[in-house]
Design a protein around this ligand. Structure first.
Ligand code: UDX
Length: 450
């Protein structure tokens, strides 16, 4: 099929590339000329395992092309995916200006029947607004072309996006048109071989499904973080509690890992946007607001624990930070807990000595050169001469640690672990004061040691 994808950000680039990889003829369009020029030269603007080689082989095969030419893009595809950004505006609502601009462009150059597919995460009701916008522009042109707008939300995890696209649990399509059903069946047929993954539903249900999925996952995390804060105060170990509740199939083991708070481009934005949508229709979404509030508070706990260990005096201290990305296998630092920590440390007069396998360039881009931010070549360098260590991201390479060696490196034997990577007893035996998340033991041990 001839397919056009608007937006070469994370979602657009993964969608376009995966669809080309199964044989579709794909044009990816972006208004950012530098980005498109880079992509034409094979430069991939994001870090995603496997993406670069997939882009290159499909460009080579002539199935994947990049353009800034809107007319060419619209004329190319029967399917027109909209995968542009929906940043939060001041009140947390998703800003639809880019989505509606693409709708206008499609209306302007449409030359026959098109299926317009909302791929970006957009508030319920957006498909109707896209329909209205396209119809307005067609009307201005005096053109009479048939079109349908459907919703086909993505469920991609950063770091596993190709796997999620090609082997995802379901493909949700919101439409009431038989023609769209046929087109979407054809588009996704290569991914739909072993069992039926396509789920057709009403367009508003599809739009809400995306928000509900992310809000549910965020709720699980905030719930566990809340219980872990309780466990700390009660002297219980959340890791035992996690196993204890996960064994109930109604609860399950997935996504109940306590930590230093969720970050990234989706959960914070989508929970806020859904709460905002709720208030717009006169509903006070108390649970969603609490999920967000608990997460904000959780991100501050790394600093609070550290500050407590230093009796509130962090001025002049050097703190090693392992992990800057919001999770492993990505260079993304959007809403990352590391940022809350580093900003609090700087405000308290401390210096950060950090290492991340992928996100250091991104860290420099965000914070620039500054005396109180030293980025080092590996995690060993990060603790050299540091007063304490904080772990923000559970990269695999951080998982093996010689506690005694670490104790010898640190000015004070303090480790704050936002990802529960180690056993509190082993850390205590090595002479470290180990503050994990919700591990009552580690807190009690820390109290005894102090
Ligand atoms: C998420 C959804 O998983 C995906 O389906 C959706 O399309 C986009 O948002 P992503 O943001 O890439 O994907 O990250 P994910 O792997 O889901 O992790 C999100 C955050 O939750 C991370 O900060 C992670 O550290 C945290 N997390 C996850 C926990 O703290 N505990 C857990 O048990 C799981």
């Amino acid at each position: 099929m001839n397919i056009t994808v608007f937006g070469t950000g994370y979602v657009g680039l993964v969608t376009g590339t995966c669809l080309a990889d199964v044989g579709h003829d794909v044009v990816c369009m972006d208004v950012d000329e530098a980005k498109i020029d880079g992509l034409k030269r094979g430069e991939i603007p994001i870090y995603e395992p496997g993406l670069e080689s997939m882009v290159l082989r499909n460009v080579e095969a002539g199935r994947l092309n990049f353009t800034t030419d809107a007319r060419q893009a619209v004329e190319h595809g029967t399917l027109q995916f909209i995968a542009v950004g929906t940043p939060p505006d001041e009140d947390g609502s998703a800003d639809l200006k880019y989505v509606l601009a693409v709708a206008g462009t499609i209306g302007e150059f449409m030359d026959g029947y098109k299926v317009i597919i909302d791929k970006s995460t957009v508030p319920v009701g957006t498909a109707d607004r896209v329909t209205t916008r396209i119809a307005e522009v067609l009307n201005e042109r005096g053109a009479m072309h048939d079109f349908d707008v459907c919703s086909n939300p993505e469920f991609l995890k950063e770091g596993a996006a190709l796997e999620d696209f090609t082997r995802g649990a379901r493909i949700v399509v919101g439409t009431d048109s038989e023609k769209v059903r046929e087109c979407m069946h054809e588009c996704y047929a290569p991914y739909n071989r072993n069992h039926e993954k396509l789920m057709f539903m009403d367009v508003r249900a599809a739009e809400l499904t995306k928000y509900a999925a992310n809000a549910m996952l965020a709720t699980k995390i905030s719930f566990m973080n809340e219980i872990s804060n309780l466990a700390e105060r009660l002297g219980a170990d959340i890791e035992e509690v996690r196993r204890g509740i996960g064994s109930d199939p109604r609860i399950g083991y997935h996504f109940i890992y306590p930590g230093c708070g969720y970050g990234g481009s989706c959960f914070p934005k989508d929970v806020q946007a859904l709460a905002r949508t709720a208030s717009q229709v006169g509903y006070d979404a108390e649970l969603l607001q609490a999920v967000e509030a608990v997460n904000k508070r959780q991100k501050v706990t790394l600093f609070e624990k550290l500050s407590r260990a230093f009796d509130g005096d962090l001025a002049g201290k050097t703190i090693a930070v392992w992990g800057l990305a919001f999770k492993p296998n990505t260079d993304d630092m959007r809403d990352a807990p590391s940022r809350t920590l580093m900003e609090a440390l700087w405000a308290a007069g401390a210096k950060v000595q950090a290492y991340d396998p992928e996100a250091m360039k991104e860290c420099r881009r965000i914070y620039g050169e500054r005396d109180d931010l030293v980025l080092v070549a590996d995690n060993v360098q990060a603790v050299k001469g540091a007063d304490a260590l904080v772990i923000c991201t559970e990269w695999k390479e951080f998982r093996t640690l010689d506690g005694e060696w670490l104790k010898a490196q640190l000015g004070f034997p303090v480790v704050v672990d936002g990802r529960n990577l180690f056993e509190p007893a082993a850390m205590k035996a090595a002479g470290l004061m180990y503050y994990a998340v919700g591990r009552g033991d580690s807190m009690l041990a820390a109290r005894e040691a102090s």
